[in-house]
Ligand binder design. Structure first.
Ligand code: P6P
Length: 334
């Protein structure tokens, strides 16, 4: 009889054999993300009750107002990873540059680095719309024991060891991959335990949901405009697709992975390089998408093959059901 209600902790131990050469570091790293997710979840869920709403009075490197919860979530994930001495470096949407992590002895024998968006979609917090944390994990490429360099962070997405997200929605879920499929765990808040609720998550090859901010329509390239019209068309027996756009990447992606669909944030006259960041939004979501039999591109090129040049670089993003992404690419390449 297959195991039921396995916890995230039990799942990690059971899957340790995929990393027989690992000293359990990756498992400890996923566990530290689990802990931080529970702490952030607690704050996100009471955001309406105490003064942690609204702007922190600062802006991040993107010039975006930092929400108090953005700053809080960043501190929780950073501190949890640093305290547990599991990583040698961290990059975050909320930090201008990467952070080198030194052990208590001053040097650091750890081999993993983490890149994250600690609270994506946080402008939705004040209106009680779900938000998420996105994380991406790599082996460092510079020698263990030496200070991390930018080279460790500017790796192609194909090098990711693990990636995932936490979606703080009607329920809180942690969804992640280590390259062996995608599994979703739902938090039982009464127990503070994540349980395997969505084993082997996969995109259907086709779907009928498209997610894009059509308010930017006049700024889109012609290929994007043509694809939107295709989604709305009913020619040759095709039914019109449904438009669903939450304004929170993690939530739109999560719904599309369960129901089938495509999420698009293209470059435009308004956002010449796109809006989403390659390193800690698009690459982790692309890893998940491909592991879930979906696809992720910039409209032409596989996201995970793009060689990053800057920590916070932005990229055009098409992601979801494989045949829907391929159809959108056809319009982009006309
Ligand atoms: P717009 C949130 O700020 C985010 O990075 C994604 O989570 C979301 O899909 C997108 O931006 C929303 O951007 O320009 O449509 O409000």
């Amino acid at each position: 009889m297959s195991k039921k209600n396995i916890t995230l902790g039990e799942f990690i131990i059971e899957n340790q054999q995929h990393f027989q050469y690992s000293s359990g570091e990756l498992s400890r790293l996923i566990n530290s993300i689990r802990l931080a997710a529970k702490v952030v979840n607690h704050e996100v869920n009471k955001a309406g009750l105490v003064d942690i709403l609204g702007n922190a009075g600062e802006t991040n490197i993107q010039g975006e107002d930092q929400q108090k919860l953005d700053v809080y979530a960043n501190e929780v994930f950073m501190q949890t990873l640093i305290n547990r001495e599991i990583v040698c470096g961290i990059a975050s949407e909320e930090e201008d540059d990467f952070v080198s992590v030194h052990g208590k002895t001053g040097n650091n024998e750890n081999k993993y680095i983490v890149l994250m968006d600690p609270l994506d979609g946080s402008s939705n917090i004040d209106v009680n719309v779900s938000v998420g944390t996105i994380f991406s994990i790599y082996h460092r490429v510079t020698p263990v024991g030496t200070p991390v360099t930018k080279e460790d962070f500017l790796q192609k997405g194909v090098n990711q060891v693990a990636a995932g997200y936490v979606v703080y929605g009607t329920s809180t879920m942690l969804v992640y991959t280590t390259g062996h499929g995608v599994n979703g765990f739902t938090l039982n808040p009464a127990m503070g335990t994540f349980y395997l609720s969505h084993p082997n998550m996969e995109f259907s090859e086709m779907g009928n949901i498209y997610s894009i901010n059509e308010g930017n329509y006049i700024h889109f390239d012609q290929g994007v405009k043509d694809y939107i019209k295709y989604c709305q068309s009913e020619d040759d027996g095709k039914e019109a697709y449904t438009s669903r756009y939450i304004g929170s990447l993690v939530s739109d992606f999560h719904r599309n992975m369960i129901k089938g669909g495509i999420y698009i944030y293209p470059k435009s006259k308004k956002s010449p390089k796109g809006k989403l960041r390659l390193l800690y939004e698009c690459n982790p979501m692309a890893f998940l998408a491909e592991q879930a039999k979906g696809k992720a591109s910039d409209g032409k090129n596989r996201i995970m093959e793009i060689k990053p040049t800057e920590l916070h670089e932005r990229v055009s993003f098409f992601c979801g059901s494989k045949k829907m992404v391929e159809k959108a690419e056809d319009f982009m390449n006309k």
